[in-house]
Design a protein around this ligand. Structure first.
Ligand code: GLU
Length: 302
């Protein structure tokens, strides 16, 4: 069977305008798609409504367009795709993979202390599996996915080995590092993990290129793909822009919106420096052609 044609995507959360870091992720995904003569799609990840900023979606589309990064299909908004997440969740519940959880954060903390293994990961607690065998009278809050290699072996650890085109061989014991994770949140919002997996499959994404801060989510997404019977795309996680404090660039440590309107080429050159991409040209289209050739020489065969 011929390999599916390359389809890549950029999937920003519209919590603000693009800054140097997010523009670099956009550029990397666009360059990889062009280097493979593939398609590049744009998905607005606005499932976390309260964190989204009104108008940021349109502003991001405009910033990308000013940089010559124009999607090959009309953009998709996750806020319009709830029915698809619901269908996936219903299937997972019916098969026993997903279950309701009635724990508050305090309940989880208490259970972990009792087990002598209270530890956090990026502010998240490793879920101890309290509601796996039932709610015991508590009202359901979130829905979680079982993190185990097989529904028939609930106690078996889930180790996911995967390959990143830049980072090489990767591995995570998801049951140890994360535990059963949330698919629909207590506030009724869809969790990023479910939405991204359902949408990458629905849009036929073959290659995911995104910032390395998201690499840690990949094993959870691969597990979800497997239990939903979906294909796993190829992954490439790009270096991150760092703020003055050496942490990932964010609004908190000085990320400013890239001034694509004033000087898109300067914004692209900054993004390229971060990605270690060399390109020449004094107009955006020529510069992008040159950058694509450089990217292709380095990443096409990887
Ligand atoms: N929406 C996510 C973010 O902006 C990115 C999702 C992805 O590329 O998988 O951090």
């Amino acid at each position: 069977m011929p390999a599916p044609r390359y389809r890549g995507r950029f999937a920003p959360s519209p919590t603000g305008l693009l800054h140097a870091g997010s523009l670099a992720a956009a550029l990397a995904s666009w360059l990889d798609a062009r280097a493979h003569r593939g398609q590049w799609l744009l998905r607005i990840e606005d499932v976390d409504g309260p964190r989204c900023v009104t108008g940021a979606d349109a502003a991001i589309v405009a910033q990308l367009a000013a940089c010559g990064l124009v999607p090959d299909e009309p953009p998709q908004w996750q806020s319009a795709r709830g029915v698809h997440y619901e269908t996936a969740l219903v299937k997972l519940v019916a098969e026993g993979w997903a279950y309701p959880c009635g724990c508050t954060r305090a309940d989880i903390e208490r259970a972990l202390v009792q087990q002598g293994r209270l530890r956090e990961r990026h502010g998240d607690l490793v879920y101890p599996g309290t509601c796996r065998s039932g709610l015991r009278g508590k009202p359901a809050r979130a829905l979680r996915l079982r993190v185990t290699p097989s529904i028939d072996a609930p106690a078996a650890p889930l180790d996911i080995a995967w390959h990143d085109r830049r980072l090489g061989a990767q591995q995570q014991c998801v049951s140890e590092a994360v535990g059963d994770f949330v698919l629909r949140r207590a506030d009724d919002l869809w969790a990023y993990q479910l939405a991204v997996v359902v949408d990458d499959a629905a849009q036929g994404i073959t290659h995911v290129v995104r910032g390395v801060d998201l690499a840690d989510n990949t094993p959870r997404q691969i597990h979800l793909q497997r239990v939903l019977g979906l294909a796993t795309p190829a992954y490439l996680h790009t270096p991150l822009a760092l703020g003055a404090d050496g942490e990932k660039l964010s609004k908190r440590n000085g990320a400013v919106p890239v001034a694509t309107g004033a000087d898109p080429l300067a914004a692209l050159r900054d993004a390229a420096r971060l990605l270690d991409v060399h390109a020449e040209g004094t107009r955006v289209p020529d510069w992008l052609t040159s950058a694509t050739a450089h990217w292709a020489a380095r990443w096409r065969a990887v």
